[in-house]
Write a protein that binds this ligand. Sequence first.
Ligand code: GLU
Length: 185
Amino acid sequence: MCGIVSYYGKKDSVPFLINGLRRLEYRGYDSAGIALMEDGSIKAVKKAGKVDELDKKIKEFPIKGHIGIAHTRWATHGEPNDINAHPHQDKSGKIFLIHNGIIENYSTLKEVLIRKGFQFKSQTDTEVLPHLFMKYIKLGNNLLQAGRLVLKDIRGAFAFVAMSLDFPDQLFVSRNSSPLAIGIG
Ligand code: GLU
């Protein structure tokens, strides 16, 4: 099983997120990634391999932000490589999302999204989620409303966290049969 960590606060989130991923390493994983929101954009770094390698890459190409999401992946759909590593994003780069578990009906959802013109970059089941979020946001929903509609579309055991440039003061988190803890400090 993999791990997800997110941070919303006043400090730079990188140390919190990397430390959180390290604490979840015992669960086993094959790749790791992080996305941070800062100054009107979201930047992601993803890497097959260990959290140490992700940390090294972040030190080479520094990113920072006070809102962030981070993930260790245990591949179920698509090989463990940099592209399939989380976070996954929509085409506009406004929605980024990390996910644990399996979206059981992803192939049907993917077919429908492709017919509507959405383009997929990874082989994961996860990637349907950011595209579904964007579909509903484009229809005029806020992040919370879009997330609720996404939940009606999907089946499976999962936990996920989504962030959106259009709603910079929010994170959408959800779980079904997978654990997810929220801390307020
Ligand atoms: N099913 C997703 C994937 O293959 C998430 C796997 C996980 O729980 O890490 O990317």
